[in-house]
Design a protein around this ligand. Structure first.
Ligand code: PEP
Length: 249
């Protein structure tokens, strides 16, 4: 089975000005100087270049929080994959539940965004996850399967290993309610099975858990067989807390 390098991503959402992003990177880098993990910071668009420049030569890579599927065009307010690549951005979060919920991000758009990111040389971090109602109705696996099949429909099996998948149960995001390690492992193992059925090198795909990850629960979650890292929101805004989560992986 291939070794999967632990992957820790900081999703800042709409937090941090350029100056605050710079201060964060300066505080984080000395704390993670020895890490062998993949560390990714996802700042708002305006702070991308600052984080790229400040983190050059370190373990930190940089991801955008969204992109449009087209290369260019009349899409006011949007940013394309080639624009992100020109800014030396490495990856892009796609399908975060907040974008699905508040900005009408559809599986149809994601089916175009994921291959567009790959084609441009960006690593997609595709977020999937069920609502509380779906979990209560025992629909978790059905929701995950539907999202994965739709969002990855245009990605050839051979390229799937280049996609990072984040399992983010909506009821655990920003709520302080974390999935139990068993719930998270079950969902991540299921995601790996779905990817395997697509003919991919599923054992090479990094699958992250996201939802109220903190230094106190990170080690137990990431010790699970199919959990290869974390997508961290609130706790990633503090360099000490994020460094502690990186250490726990
Ligand atoms: C997220 O933003 O993807 C997330 C998981 O947030 P939080 O860690 O705050 O729950």
């Amino acid at each position: 089975m291939p070794e999967r390098t632990p992957y820790l991503a900081a999703n800042w959402k709409m937090h941090k000005t350029i100056a605050e992003a710079a201060a964060f990177v300066d505080a984080l880098l000395p704390r993670i100087a020895a890490t062998q993990h993949d560390v990714v910071i996802c700042p708002p668009f305006l702070a991308l270049s600052e984080v790229v420049e400040r983190s050059r030569g370190s373990a930190v890579r940089v991801a955008a929080q969204n992109m449009h599927e087209a290369e260019f065009g009349a899409f006011t307010g949007e940013v394309s994959a080639p624009m992100l690549v020109e800014a030396d951005v490495d990856a892009v979060v796609l399908g975060h539940s907040e974008r699905r919920q508040h900005f009408n991000e559809t599986d149809e758009a994601l089916a175009a965004k994921v291959p567009a990111a790959l084609a441009a040389g960006l690593e997609p971090i595709l977020c999937v996850g069920e609502s509380e109602e779906a979990r209560d109705a025992e629909q978790t696996k059905a929701v995950l399967e539907r999202q994965l099949q739709a969002d990855l429909a245009q990605v050839e099996g051979a390229r799937l290993a280049g996609v990072v998948i984040a399992y983010e149960p909506i009821w655990a995001i920003g709520t302080g309610r974390t999935a139990t390690p068993e719930q998270a492992q079950e969902a991540c193992a299921f995601i790996r099975d779905v990817v395997r059925e697509r003919g991919a090198a599923a054992d090479a795909v990094r699958i992250l858990y996201g939802g109220s990850v903190k230094p106190a629960n990170a080690a137990e979650l990431m010790a699970q067989e199919d959990i290869d890292g974390a997508l961290v929101g609130g706790a990633s805004l503090d360099p000490e807390e994020f460094a502690a989560i990186i250490d726990a992986a």
